[in-house]
Design a binder for this molecule. Structure first.
Ligand SMILES: O=C(O)CCC(=O)C(=O)O
Length: 268
């Protein structure tokens, strides 16, 4: 694999539960990705926030990101040969909008078992310290799964404003700033969150969730995309690349996938 992680990087991930920063896209490439995303936002207006989940099922440029070897080879280094893309989310903080993400563990509410799940967080704009980049609690993926409380706080970007009951001070967490075009990788059990964006630009995170093909969805029927190797388990309905951008068939497939995921995420 041309873009595989080194043995040291894999050992570091296993120890800390994350790796950051990893260069992926050139300045020109990331500007083009940002332009395409912001064109999508302008085209759909207010409804773009609902449509951007799993955008790879609607727009081919987004599919090309989730299958890019520079992303996938690194994920394969952590998960093994047979890998699915489970979903794509966007975590966007506009300049000064006060949005934040409370400290949480993803493993608590995605229904994916076992926890062979990695998130690739790709910065489409600079995620410098003043933009509220992610902060991780190193090594927490090796510890307990904590209970979470739903706060539904207005400025919390999480669907339920969920916050872990773990007592963690800011000093214990490590900030993971990224330049546009870089990514971080983090484990599904790792405690993480982020503060508000006090910079002059948007902080745009394109967030890809990958899992091994052995992983099951325990909360309902679900979809995924095979990005490497073979799927001999068949736990997910596998979806194909959009033939055209935003076509009628693509919109139907996308809506169905997003509705299924919504039920899973919001189920207790
Ligand atoms: O973008 C953020 O600040 C948080 C992202 C996050 O919680 C995640 O990727 O799981």
């Amino acid at each position: 694999m041309k873009h595989a992680l080194s043995i040291n990087q894999v050992a570091r991930y296993e120890d800390l539960g994350y790796l950051s920063p990893l260069p992926v896209f050139s300045a020109r490439e990331v500007q083009s990705l940002r332009d395409q995303f912001e064109r999508f936002e302008r085209h759909h207006g207010a409804s773009s926030a609902g449509l951007r989940t799993d955008l790879h099922l609607l727009e081919r440029w987004a599919w090309d990101v989730v299958t890019d070897r520079r992303v996938v080879d690194r994920v394969v280094s952590l998960l093994g040969e047979n890998v699915l893309l489970w979903s794509m989310n966007w975590f966007i903080k506009d300049a000064g909008d006060g949005k934040f993400v409370s400290l949480h563990q993803d493993a608590n509410y995605w229904g994916l078992e076992p926890h062979d799940v990695v998130t690739a967080w790709i910065a489409l704009s600079d995620a410098s310290p003043d933009t509220g980049p992610m902060a991780f609690l190193p090594g927490s993926h090796r510890g307990a799964l904590y209970d979470h409380e739903n706060t539904y706080a207005e400025n919390n970007l999480l669907s339920r404003g969920q916050v872990s009951v773990a007592q963690v001070s800011n000093e214990e967490t490590s900030l993971a700033p990224l330049a546009a075009g870089e990514m971080s990788l983090h484990h599904v059990r790792l405690l993480h969150g982020s503060g508000p964006n006090v910079s002059q630009d948007r902080r745009i995170g394109m967030v890809l969730r990958y899992c091994g093909t052995q992983v099951r969805q325990t909360k309902g029927s679900d979809t995924a995309v095979l990005v490497n190797g073979v799927d001999s388990y068949g736990h997910f309905e596998l979806l194909a690349k959009p033939k055209v951008d935003n076509g009628a068939r693509e919109r139907k497939v996308h809506l169905d996938a997003v509705e299924r995921m919504g039920k899973i995420i919001m189920a207790d």
